[in-house]
Design a binder for this molecule. Structure first.
Ligand SMILES: O=C(NO)[C@]12CC[C@H](CC1)C2
Ligand SMILES: [Zn+2]
Length: 304
């Protein structure tokens, strides 16, 4: 038999059944998805708990990816496909660069590694230490968060420091919500697997996880690139208020337009307010209820 696209299945990090777009060649199945339009390939590899990436293709002998250790591979592949589909179907964007570049995710990075990141070329996920994190690809909002860093890097290019960096973080959390909009939490599916009901961050209540939600409480610090994971609470709260007020569909439109048309590398929170207002005016008119709702949301977090 020659090589061909195949359909497999597996169990994710939290045991959920996932249908997988795979590839068969010479007796081996690969996490290699060729079903996307316009040549966008999605592929998943494993670092085998080392740190050299992209490592090796994730493989299986019978296309049933059901081993416990394969959960991270299954979810990275499945969730990357979901995020690809989201950007293509909702925003007509073909992969992170809008040119159909291959989306590579490497799992089992490092040992007990409690993090995930986009390295400028690909996604990388740790397995977590089993206490602070389960394998991080297990959360759709985390995968969307990371891949949105890639989109941001190719569009607004928001510098990863101080207000532009906190905005960069917030864009990733807001698009994480758009993909996983069952709750206002971020990372809940992989954070502290032994503890129920908690999360890494909350868009509706940033204070619940130590983040400010008003400019009066902006944290001036040089750590964490100027507090990018702390001060993101302020634009995140504005995002929650905006989405709650105008609805998810209108919010997706103005957020994507702000990110890809108006924001620049040095944009700060006030520039984000202006970019979202301009996007709302472009779509709905400057006197529209949508426009006024955006202004009100940012007023409530003290950003003018
Ligand atoms: O916010 C983040 N990166 O900027 C996180 C931290 C833990 C999850 C994986 C990566 C989200
Ligand atoms: Zn991030």
């Amino acid at each position: 038999v020659t090589a061909s696209a195949t359909s497999g299945y597996g169990y994710g990090v939290n045991g959920g059944y996932k249908a997988l777009n795979t590839y068969y060649s010479s007796g081996t199945y690969y996490l290699y998805d060729v079903t996307k339009p316009m040549s966008g390939v999605i592929r998943t590899t494993t670092a085998k708990n080392g740190t050299s990436i992209p490592g090796w293709y994730s493989v299986d002998s019978n296309n049933a990816w059901t081993a416990y250790s394969q959960g991270a591979d299954v979810d990275a592949h499945y969730n990357a496909g979901k995020v690809y589909d989201y950007y293509y179907n909702t925003h007509n964007r073909n992969s992170y660069d809008n040119s159909g570049s291959t989306l590579t995710s490497t799992v089992h990075y490092g040992s007990n590694y409690n993090n995930a990141f986009w390295n400028g070329s690909q996604m990388v996920y740790g397995d977590g230490d089993g206490s602070t994190f389960a394998p991080l690809s297990g959360a759709l909002d985390v995968v969307a968060h990371e891949l949105t860093h890639a989109v941001t890097e190719r569009t607004a290019g928001l510098q990863y420091q101080y207000q532009s960096g906190a905005l960069n973080e917030s864009m990733s959390d807001v698009f994480g919500y758009f993909l996983d909009s069952g709750d206002w939490l971020m990372g809940e599916d992989v954070y502290t697997p032994g503890v129920g009901g908690d999360a890494l961050r909350s868009l509706s209540n940033p204070e619940a996880y130590g983040q400010p939600s008003h400019m009066n409480d902006y944290v001036n610090t040089s750590s964490d690139n100027g507090g990018v994971h702390t001060n993101s609470g302020i634009p995140n709260k504005a995002g929650y208020l905006t989405i709650s007020s105008i609805g998810k569909s209108a919010a997706e439109k103005i957020y994507y337009r702000a990110l890809t048309v108006y924001l620049t590398p040095t944009s700060d929170f006030s520039d984000a307010r202006a970019a979202l207002l301009q996007s709302a005016a472009d779509y709905y008119g400057s006197g529209s209820s949508t426009y006024n709702a955006v202004a009100n949301a940012w007023n409530q977090v003290g950003v003018y």
